[in-house]
Design a protein around this ligand. Structure first.
Ligand code: AR6
Length: 170
């Protein structure tokens, strides 16, 4: 039985097996969740990201895919980096957003994680409208087949929390 839970707060302070990072294709850090994870997690995360860039992800991590590294100093075993789509009103990129959640769950499961924390992927710098981002996130994890025991969404502010609460309870 998988429980889907909501927390308002900072994802870098969560104690879970895997923390998902809303990264970009370079895997070399940025602002928002990405910046916070690298700041609090320390240099070990970036060092492993650089190795990935030198190897399998020479061209960068494609949008909608996910890859794990150490969690460094965070209270987790892994950080799973995924690249959300930039929102566009000209093109429906929902499949990529859904894929971020699904692929992160798949990677987590492969690693043997039991608990995972997600931020609201793409709803910051990448401009995805919060209500729709929340619905897509909840639908993606609800319909995924997984043996994880807890899937936690960690929402930074009350508005994001309300959007996810509505999506989960409607
Ligand atoms: N804990 C939980 N949620 C957070 C935190 C935090 N510490 N910080 C921000 N949020 P964003 P994106 C929320 O911009 O839209 C980076 O530069 C935030 O309020 O982090 O996928 C990357 O390197 C928002 O609701 O990710 C990429 O270039 C949500 O997390 C780009 O931003 C996602 O915001 C990715 O953009």
């Amino acid at each position: 039985m998988t429980s889907i839970t909501l927390v308002q707060g900072d994802i870098t302070l969560q104690s879970v097996d895997a923390i998902v990072n809303a990264a970009n294709s370079t895997l070399l850090g940025g602002g928002g969740v990405d910046g916070a994870i690298h700041r609090r997690g320390g240099p070990a995360i970036l060092a492993e990201c650089k190795q990935l860039r030198a190897g399998r992800y020479r061209r960068g991590l494609p949008v909608g895919e996910a890859v794990a590294t150490t969690a460094g100093d965070l209270d987790a075993r892994w950080v799973i980096h995924t690249v959300g789509p930039v929102h566009s009103y000209d093109e429906d990129r929902s499949e990529y957003l859904i894929s971020c959640y699904r692929e992160s769950l798949r990677v987590a499961e492969e690693l043997g994680a039991r608990t995972i924390a997600f931020p609201a992927i793409s709803t910051g710098v990448y401009g995805w409208p919060m209500d729709d981002g929340a619905r897509k996130a909840v639908d993606a994890v609800r319909s995924a087949e997984t043996s994880l025991t807890e899937i936690r969404f960690v929402l930074f502010d009350p508005r994001a929390y309300r959007a996810f609460d509505k999506a989960l309870n409607s």
